[in-house]
Design a protein around this ligand. Structure first.
Ligand code: DSN
Length: 440
């Protein structure tokens, strides 16, 4: 980054600082990962200079012969890797991609969306009242059973009663295998479109570590920067089943992305997606997907031994959701303590959470990024031990209920936690471990 250093030393220094942070800590937010240098080179290339509104061979701007090739390559790679009939690689990210699906298929204020409630692990765009999806469309939300699992009979009952036009399956905080076949049967019974948002698990799907939704759903949306390890971005895919239900489905989705919702695609992002798709074709990536799950399972078992209460009792995928109620400490407090100890997770609501989303009762963590660095089961045992030690430092700390008192408490508490000696000594051990595992 020689030029950047010369032109803008402030941004250069901040990037270097962030690079150092990413190297020295355990990045365990389950939606994060380390993109390869090849992906980042494509992302930082001259393709950022081009405008190419439209689609390959049908552009509104001249000079797009190369961009057409890039976009076609990305589409073809995705078609082959996922086994789908139609691909759109232009959505800027996951939320605009889901928006495009709704705009393509639903009439606002009339047609219903059915998705998992945000409070139970669904995404904002799956019908949350604070997002456009819940503001512009009627919504029916399903939840989880008392064990934190999807209750397919209940989902079917709700679908038959409410007759949504689209059902969304695929989640942001669900640690178990999704039965796409069962979702497919439910959607078919009421003639609904079935959208699988596999953003979190794409890398697991293409590596064969999680069953694929392709035979059972009509549309697939995935972001490209999570387990797929590409740049930030998204893809929309239509399956053979989708085209059978609606031969115009691909066209409808393309039109909703452009010109419906977006202008020019980010061609540098498209190229970087193509690179990630190429990287995901190989044997190494298959091993990567399987190791993510082995690591998550090893970490889950070790945490259970330390008396952590895991929602659903464990994990089948890359993520773990911990209900901290038995540890008598709030998720926000724990997420901060872990950050000070060099373990970066996010605070997260747990099923039936009595606390507000900013101070939820749980944390969410995952293994995609640390698996990219080459960590294995042995390291997971160390991480569980450090987590237990770090959380013991803050357990019993209670959040004041009064909002104003809480603000004041939080300010002082932050200072106290950053000065905690035990937490900084864990951070040092974490850093030593991290120094043995390369980041791209
Ligand atoms: N924000 C993402 C996550 O962290 O799961 C979902 O888009």
């Amino acid at each position: 980054m020689k030029s950047l250093k010369k032109v803008d030393s402030a941004i250069y220094s901040l990037i270097k600082k962030e690079e150092g942070r990413q190297k020295d800590v355990l990045e365990m937010i389950p939606s994060e990962n380390y993109a390869s240098l090849a992906v980042m080179e494509a992302l930082g290339s001259v393709l950022t200079n081009k405008y190419s509104e439209g689609y390959a061979k049908k552009r509104y701007y001249q000079g797009n012969a190369v961009i057409d090739e890039v976009e076609i390559l990305a589409e073809e790679r995705a078609k082959k890797l996922f086994g789908v009939a139609h691909v759109n690689v232009q959505p800027y990210s996951g939320s605009p991609a889901n928006t495009a699906v709704y705009f393509a298929l639903l009439e606002p204020f009339k047609d219903k969306i059915m998705g998992l409630s945000l409070a139970y692990g669904g995404h904002l765009t799956h019908g949350s009242p604070v997002s456009f999806s819940g503001k512009y469309f009627p919504v029916v939300s399903y939840t989880l059973d008392k064990n934190g699992m999807l209750d397919y009979d209940e989902i079917e009952r709700l679908a038959l009663k409410e007759k949504p036009k689209i059902i969304v399956c695929g989640f942001t905080a669900y640690p178990r295998i999704i039965d796409f076949k069962r979702f497919g049967k439910i959607a078919d019974k009421i003639g609904a479109y079935l959208l699988a948002d596999i953003s979190h698990i794409t890398g697991l799907v293409v590596s064969g570590a999680h069953p694929s939704p392709v035979p059972y759903v009509h549309i697939i949306m995935t972001t490209t920067h999570k387990t797929l390890r590409g740049p930030r971005g998204a893809m929309l895919m239509v399956t053979e089943k989708g085209l059978k239900k609606d031969p115009e489905l691909g066209n409808k989705i393309d039109k909703a992305v452009f010109p419906g919702l977006q202008g020019g695609p980010h061609d540098n992002q498209t190229a970087a997606i193509a690179v990630a798709l190429r990287e995901a074709q190989g044997k190494l990536f298959k091993e990567y997907g399987k190791q993510i799950i082995k690591n998550a399972k090893a970490l889950a078992s070790a945490l259970i031994k330390h008396n952590f209460n895991l929602v659903s009792g464990g994990t089948d995928n890359h993520l773990i959701l911990i209900d901290l109620t038995n540890k008598k400490v709030n998720g926000a407090i724990v997420a901060l303590a872990l950050e000070v100890a060099g373990i970066v997770v996010n605070k997260n609501a747990v099923p039936n959470d009595k606390m507000p989303p900013f101070y939820p009762s749980g944390i969410r963590l995952g293994t995609p990024a640390i698996t990219t660095r080459g960590m294995k089961e042995k390291e997971m045992l160390k991480i569980a031990k450090w987590m237990n030690e770090a959380i013991s430092e803050v357990s019993g700390e209670s959040l004041p209920e009064d909002k104003e008192v809480r603000k004041e408490f939080w300010k002082n508490f932050k200072k106290k936690v950053w000065a905690n000696k035990k937490l900084s000594s864990i951070a040092k051990e974490v850093k030593t471990l991290c120094s043995k595992f390369r980041t791209p």
